[in-house]
Design a protein around this ligand. Structure first.
Ligand code: NAP
Length: 188
């Protein structure tokens, strides 16, 4: 069972604009059947987790809820849950959330859908294994960060998917095997 952070980013490391727009991303050309594409990735996922901003963006999109897998939403607020969707709003600790997701995932992998701060929270707890990044050919100059902290990675696969450069990375563990190779910015 592997915990992945899979996301698209601008070349300068932002996953959304400051106003949480993804218009720059959906304007790009990406082959959903191509290398490292999203549909094949999601087939291997048994549970996912996201932060409140990502969840609110999905709700604002007006599309029906798109995931059959159980989904944890990290939030301090009571947010709307679409009818029939398997969504758990939580402010439990990351270790507990990861345990609950693992138990619900039926042996499949876990997906941290974003944002970068949530991925960093899992990494800081030593619970992030892989990072998949689709680099869109655009600079945003500012926006919501890809990651909030340091994380040392090993490139294990790469591909071109139309206009995107795709990288798959394994998280390097600290050599002691104890501390994760990351530190949240607000702890420094
Ligand atoms: N490019 C892509 O492929 C891609 C992928 C995913 C997301 N996105 C976009 O990127 C943006 C990410 O926004 P973001 O950086 O604000 O991150 P986010 O992780 O989506 O949301 C952050 C919020 O989640 C809540 N939260 C985070 N950790 C928590 C914890 N441990 N316990 C309780 N609540 C917690 C807090 O909200 P509250 O305290 O207010 O509840 C926090 O302000 C969104 O616009 C999203 O649509 C893009």
């Amino acid at each position: 069972m592997t915990t992945h952070f899979y996301t698209a980013t601008s070349l300068d490391g932002f996953i959304a604009t400051t106003e949480h727009s993804l218009e720059w991303l959906f304007a790009q050309d990406f082959d959903m059947e191509g290398p490292m594409a999203y549909p094949a990735f999601v087939d291997g996922i048994g549970a996912l987790v996201m932060g409140a901003s990502t969840y609110e963006w999905l709700l604002r999109s007006g599309e029906p809820w798109g995931y059959t897998q159980p989904t944890w939403v990290l939030t301090h607020r009571e947010l709307h849950i679409p009818k029939g969707a398997d969504i758990r709003l939580t402010q439990a600790g990351i270790v507990q959330v990861h345990e609950e997701m693992t138990a619900a995932a039926g042996g499949k992998d876990l997906w941290i859908a974003g944002g970068g701060g949530v991925a960093a929270e899992f990494a800081a707890a030593g619970l992030l294994d892989e990072v998949w990044i689709q680099y869109a050919p655009v600079m945003l100059g500012a926006g919501q960060p890809l990651f909030t902290g340091r994380l040392d990675l090993e490139l294990v696969d790469s591909a071109r998917n139309r206009d995107f450069l795709c990288g798959r990375y394994r998280v390097r563990r600290a050599s002691t095997g104890e501390a994760p190779a990351t530190r949240l910015l607000d702890e420094s």
